[in-house]
Design a protein around this ligand. Structure first.
Ligand SMILES: [Zn+2]
Length: 121
């Protein structure tokens, strides 16, 4: 895959992740604000527990979005270095189809599959 295509895919990926993060942060603020409005701050209160769980879930999703942005930035560094699209494990090229679906992939499909199989035992 050429650097131009890679950058285009990565730009889109970064925009999507940044948008997701912004949405999550807005939801987070909503929850915090509505909690303040109803004066729910006791986690033993059933509603308070629900809010705490929601906040925790949003926090986890926001963390995922943040690491996706970081993964895109790392991939952009690889584009500049000329190592984008090369499997970090076996050194073979990662297929264009895989990069189009997942531009932040650092392993080729074979290595990714082999590791999944190992993880499953
Ligand atoms: Zn590989």
């Amino acid at each position: 895959m050429d650097a131009r295509t890679a950058r285009r895919l990565l730009d889109r990926e970064r925009r999507d992740a940044a948008q997701r993060l912004a949405d999550l942060e807005a939801s987070f603020t909503d929850i915090v604000e509505s909690a303040t409005d109803s004066n729910v701050d006791d986690e033993h209160d059933p509603e308070g527990a629900t809010i705490a769980a929601e906040r925790q879930q949003l926090g986890a999703l926001a963390e995922q979005a943040r690491s996706q942005v970081a993964a895109v930035d790392a991939a952009l560094v690889r584009v500049t270095a000329g190592t984008f699209g090369v499997c970090e494990r076996c050194g073979r090229p990662i297929g264009d189809e895989r990069l189009e679906a997942r531009p932040t992939a650092t392993w080729c499909i074979d290595c990714a599959r082999r590791t999944e199989q190992r993880a499953r035992g």
